[in-house]
Design a protein around this ligand. Structure first.
Ligand SMILES: [Cu+2]
Length: 67
């Protein structure tokens, strides 16, 4: 699965995201400008909710994988 992320505004540390969906292989991406687009490659091993957040967990998001 490929998830596309774009920057919708400059929000400091919120433009750098960590994806702990695979604890042994943490993924991170940084969106530097509004034109920036990053792709997260992700192979879910189970259905459920997967969180992502900035380094301080101030900014958080969630995506759901349905089985
Ligand atoms: Cu932060």
């Amino acid at each position: 699965m490929r998830l596309k992320f774009r920057q919708l505004g400059e929000v400091g540390c919120g433009n750098e995201l960590i994806f702990p969906s695979d604890p042994e292989n943490l993924a991170a991406l940084k969106l530097n400008t509004p034109a920036d687009e990053q792709v997260l490659e992700f192979t879910p091993t189970k259905a459920g909710e997967f969180q992502f957040y900035c380094g301080h967990r101030m900014f958080r998001g969630l995506f759901t994988v349905k089985g």
